[in-house]
Design a protein around this ligand. Sequence first.
Ligand code: NAD
Ligand code: ZN
Length: 249
Amino acid sequence: MEFQTQRLRNARHVVVFSGAGLSAESGIATFRDALTGLWEHFDPAALATAQAFRNDPALVWSWYEWRRAKVFAAQPNAAHRAIATLARCIPRLTVVTQNVDDLLERAGCSDVLHLHGSLGSPRCFACARSYSFGADQPVEAQEGRRIEPPRCRHCNGKVRPGVVWFGESLPDDVWRKAVSAAKDCDVLLSVGTSALVQPAAEIPRMALQQGAQVVHINLQPEAVAGDREFSLTGRAAEVLPRLLEQAFG
Ligand code: NAD
Ligand code: ZN
């Protein structure tokens, strides 16, 4: 069955749930894309752990700084912009993302719920004091360069990336807000995620269970169950603007 775009037009509360595929067309690699250059011999899953940071803080810090440099040089794409536009078309939009970049914000979205943290908000590994890496923070990363993590101004501990690593729990308040939005919405758009990372992947399932319509937008067709789940195949930067055009154009 086809998704009826009038459901989007008439929606009271929409949740957008996004993953790395949303930023793919801005040139930010997904986890499942092969890494290039210096990093091609590393498994991202092996770098994204507290143990990896303990073993070799400079290696892990350099990888995240390299990723932050990539994001810094990238621009939001048409899918990010469509989500910002959607916010102005309906009574309520909640944006939940697994992405650690700031491309949604730079496209004009506010109050984005970052389930897996953000490259722009590192914190002390020892005392958890948080720091902010804004647009004014120079990105030191260069291909092939090892950078030591900065030291905490309060306790001299090592500063770690502000992202959720494998084996860590999600920020409590962010998770609670995402769950309550999923349980309240009438439409959830799941964009560019393989939905393999738990517990984030529960968000679309919760929306479906409480009666919302769930639309998957992905390069590959998604297996759907029941008549409230839909799969739109294609690039997010094409599918999302087209969906908005059909619903509100
Ligand atoms: P994933 O890499 O597991 O899956 C990405 C999905 O997006 C795939 O299903 C792929 O087919 C699809 N996709 C790729 N290009 C697309 C496009 N142009 N349009 C639509 N769909 C497209 O990503 P995930 O599900 O987000 O999970 C991986 C984890 O990696 C997350 O926890 C996330 O925090 C992290 N991550 C974040 C970024 C980022 O912040 N931009 C980048 C890489 C990884
Ligand atoms: Zn500290």
